[in-house]
Ligand binder design. Structure first.
Ligand code: HEM
Length: 406
């Protein structure tokens, strides 16, 4: 019998390099696994899906989770108390109110209207790559396209793009389970610079409303309700960070999966009718967000017999999306990449329930255009050397990937 500690050790370099065999072990032996810190790690598709959709859980971990007194937990609580919450860590009815207000800016028709702009951004990158016969996928394509799109949507000018990119990376580092006081300090410094800059932009926009999402958020009103200034600012930060820190990894991880399955790549290249299903299969196969936390509000039970685990109110549950997406009970031969997989769309890469990713259609569109146009523009796309992965757990993604193109 493998010991609990060995089963889930996200700090193990092998786990970081490829978590999927570890997820298989967990799912088979302890589908609800309690870590030494009392975190319940769930890996079955049904358990993860039901937990995300259940009203017995909260997303507001700071308000409802167990109170720990280690320095990192104390700092996390202080930071949370300082800033306005976003829809990502609110429960109904506040979540319902804010999500309704912001959803207006993310309607399918608003997203579809961006297609032409995304195509032209991608084509510019591909033209330059064609001249050079090579590209570094992340810096040349996967990062700049979603970054430019979300900046356009929020009417954020390009003049401080490098700083904004750095601040965003420092902010997402703070949501990692391995966060240290130093990471939190760095995130605070980043937020301290980002907030005044964005406040200034918001005030400017308020006086010059335009056709962008930021203007729509400023005027968003439903039954006399409005985003207050703090909510607006926090929401812009969330959108900005979520808008490019995730899709970059869908394009990076997705391209890597395709290059390791050349027959599938070739099939997609010649069959555009696969577009939608192929992107869902890439999200299932190696999605950018590996897990998300919920807090039990009532006693909950997972499994039965010697796999039975009782979760107490206020105990946190780690819903491992990456493991659910490789559960053989849901996905036949789950470690194979099959772009025409009939149920690929049932993946949980965008979570499920009320917090289902607000930017899902945008992310899908960006990945379809970026990957679709790249593989159709070049007949030969080859990896040069081995790609490296970012040193993150929550967000998993390729860091550098050099390609030769012909
Ligand atoms: C491939 C790219 C993306 C992936 C894999 C992804 C994944 C996710 C996941 C898993 C959640 C739920 C988190 C939870 O329940 O705890 C989420 C929520 C969210 N995502 Fe995304 N996301 C992506 C792209 C985007 C983009 C492009 C945007 C915005 C432009 C965005 C905005 C949001 C927002 C605002 C939420 C919070 C929704 C809520 O709490 O109601 N995401 N995303």
């Amino acid at each position: 019998m493998v010991t609990s500690q060995l089963l889930y050790n996200p700090l193990d370099p092998d786990f970081r390099a490829n978590p999927y065999p570890f997820y298989d072990e967990l799912r088979a032996h302890e589908p609800a696994h309690v870590t030494p810190f009392g975190l319940v790690v769930i890996t079955r598709y049904d358990d993860v899906g039901q937990t995300l959709r259940s009203n017995d859980f909260s997303r507001d971990i700071e308000a409802n989770g167990r109170v720990y007194d280690d320095p990192v937990s104390i700092r996390r609580r202080e930071r949370q108390a300082r800033g306005a919450k976003t829809i990502l860590n609110l429960d109904p009815p506040d979540h319902t109110r804010l999500r309704r207000l912001v959803s207006k800016a993310f309607t399918p028709s608003a997203i579809d209207a961006l297609r032409g702009r995304i195509e032209s951004l991608v084509d510019d990158v591909l033209d330059r790559a064609a001249d050079q016969g090579s590209m570094e996928l992340v810096d040349d394509l996967a990062f700049p396209v979603p970054f430019q799109v979300i900046s356009d949507m929020l009417a954020i000018p390009a003049d401080r793009a490098d700083e904004m990119r750095e601040w965003s990376q420092l902010l997402t580092a703070a949501i990692e389970p391995t966060t240290t006081l130093e990471t939190l300090d760095a995130a605070d410094v980043a937020l301290g610079s980002m907030r005044p800059y964005l406040s200034e932009l918001i005030e400017h926009r308020r006086r010059n409303l335009g056709d962008d999402v930021l203007s729509a958020l400023i005027v968003a009103e439903e039954e006399g309700d409005r985003l207050n200034v703090d909510e607006l600012l926090s929401f812009v930060v969330l959108l900005y960070v979520a808008g490019h820190e995730t899709t970059v990894n869908l394009i990076g991880n997705g391209m890597l999966a395709l290059l390791r399955h050349p027959a599938e790549l070739d099939r997609w290249r010649h069959d555009p009718s696969l577009d939608a299903n192929a992107v869902d299969e890439l999200l299932r196969y190696d999605g950018p967000v590996q897990h998300t936390v919920r807090v039990a509000m009532t006693p909950v039970v997972y499994g039965e017999g010697d796999q039975r685990v009782e979760v107490e109110p206020h105990q946190s549950v780690l819903c491992v999306l990456g493991a659910a997406n490789h559960d053989p009970a849901m996905f036949d031969d789950p470690h194979s990449l099959r772009l025409d997989r009939p149920n690929a769309g049932r993946h949980l890469a965008f979570a499920a329930g009320i917090h289902y990713c607000l930017g899902a259609s945008l992310a899908r569109l960006e990945a379809t255009v970026a990957i679709g146009r790249l593989i159709r523009r070049f007949d030969t796309i080859e990896l040069v050397g081995e790609p490296t992965f970012r040193d993150r757990l929550t967000i998993r993604g390729v860091d550098r990937m050099q390609l030769s193109l012909a």
